[in-house]
Design a protein around this ligand. Structure first.
Ligand SMILES: Cc1cc2nc3c(=O)[nH]c(=O)nc-3n(C[C@H](O)[C@H](O)[C@H](O)COP(=O)(O)OP(=O)(O)OC[C@H]3O[C@@H](n4cnc5c(N)ncnc54)[C@H](O)[C@@H]3O)c2cc1C
Length: 386
């Protein structure tokens, strides 16, 4: 890699690290305990321009690649913070950039880049569809110059912290189609001025994630907010999956490094039976192994990101990076808990919080079984299970 590129990536890493120092453990503990949204942190990240990393410069963003975006999210988690509070804008950006019209980009991107508009919600999952996205039942029916949306979504995060939500809905019913991947459309729903009835019910879950069930009753979306062509939305969402998987991998790696650093430090200082617990191989080796797995996953993450930024095919690498990084960070989390003994369960040490937070990456935004199915079927050519 060009050394000037390496230097600029290192500079981004250091600047984000510096920004995160203003939001130490105590900040994230408080936010977690009170189930608050880390508004001050997200505002600071927005002001720094890093949240708009993927928005091209012509629309007021930083115009960076997925490699740099992934470094930003990694550093937030590595600092002890929680990147999931604001990752969705980066996850969804590809769909808007690649498939949105020029008019839509001019209408929304500069305000998103400025932090005047928040695009932090992405509504795909439904109770009756789960991982089988083509089974979604939320319907959008065109009536003149608008679509009327009815249905239900589940686990939709940050709806109350967003002005805009990317919504996936069926515009042609499943039963009427031979190719079930057709007939799904993507909309950019403006949450500031909803016409119709939109009900957002918070879900009580094991981490501070602001996720909700959302009910749509005759909610109107102007036809001008349809992204791309009607019925092609499933393809647009799939196009964004590689970026999403690379970003998730980086978030998990940030967590993994945090766990390894904390565990090694604690193991070196905590003295029991007259010596640091880290001198015992039962403590030291699992930490060393978790470290090796996190670092190995990181190589796959950078390989995937480099290919993505060169516009090369990277489905295999992006999926492997997500799989390896989420497993490595979960392993590191478990090892860190064991290293801390009873203190791992005490909220003041942050380990149990990060433990809860990093477990998410195994299951969402896509579960690792689906990633394995992609590798088994699409990369290795084995028979399909679904
Ligand atoms: C905290 C949190 C935040 C979320 N935020 C959002 C959000 O903002 N927007 C959004 O749209 N969604 C969101 N999700 C939803 C998330 O993407 C889904 O939970 C996830 O995609 C899995 O869907 P499901 O829960 O319905 O699991 P299911 O589809 O019911 O699957 C359950 C288990 O069975 C496995 N499984 C199913 N079929 C197969 C098969 N054929 N082979 C092997 N294994 C299989 C799955 O891999 C999984 O392990 C969020 C979830 C959580 C927990």
């Amino acid at each position: 890699m060009d050394s000037s590129v390496q230097e600029s990536q290192q500079a981004i890493r250091e600047e984000v690290r510096k920004l995160c120092q203003a939001y130490p453990d105590a900040y994230w503990q408080e936010v977690d305990k009170k189930e608050l949204y880390p508004q001050e942190f997200v505002d600071a990240l927005t002001r720094s321009g890093y949240l708009a990393a993927l928005i091209p410069e012509e629309y007021g963003g930083a115009g960076l690649g997925i490699t740099e975006a992934s470094i930003i999210l990694e550093e937030i988690n590595r600092s002890g913070g929680n990147s999931t509070a604001c990752h969705a804008q980066m996850y969804t950006m590809g769909t808007l950039l690649r498939h949105g019209s020029e008019e839509q980009k001019r209408r929304y991107l500069p305000s998103i880049a400025q932090g005047e508009l928040r695009l932090q919600a992405f509504a795909v999952t439904e109770p009756n569809a789960g991982s089988e996205t083509t089974r979604i039942e939320t319907r959008a029916v065109r009536k003149g110059d608008r679509y009327i949306v009815n249905g239900q979504k589940i686990f939709i995060s940050r709806v109350k912290q967003s002005d805009l939500m990317l919504l996936l809905a069926r515009t042609t019913p499943y039963e009427e189609l031979k190719d079930k991947t057709q007939g799904i459309s993507v909309f950019l729903m403006d949450l500031r001025d909803v016409k119709g009835h939109l009900e957002v019910q918070p879900l009580d879950i094991m981490l501070n994630h602001h996720t909700n069930t959302v009910f749509f009753e005759d909610v109107e979306v102007p036809a001008s907010n349809l992204i791309g062509e009607e019925g092609k939305g499933f393809r647009y969402i799939i196009d964004g999956w590689n970026a999403e998987r690379i970003l998730v991998a980086a978030e998990a790696i940030g967590d993994g490094r945090w766990f390894v650093e904390r565990a090694s430090r604690y193991a070196s200082n905590r003295v029991v039976f007259g010596r640091p617990i880290g001198a015992n191989q039962g403590i030291q080796f699992p930490i060393a192994k978790a470290y090796a797995h996190v670092e190995a996953a990181d190589l796959m993450r950078f390989e995937a990101a480099a290919k993505y930024d060169r516009k090369e095919k990277c489905g295999a690498e992006a999926n492997m990076a997500k799989l390896l990084a989420s497993e490595a960070s979960w392993e590191a989390a478990d090892v860190c808990m064991s290293t801390y003994g009873g203190y791992g369960f005490a909220r003041d040490y942050d380990v149990e919080r990060k433990f809860r937070e990093t477990r998410l990456f195994v299951a969402a935004p896509v579960s690792n079984n689906m990633v394995l199915a992609f590798l088994g079927q699409n990369v290795l050519g084995m028979p399909k299970s679904y």
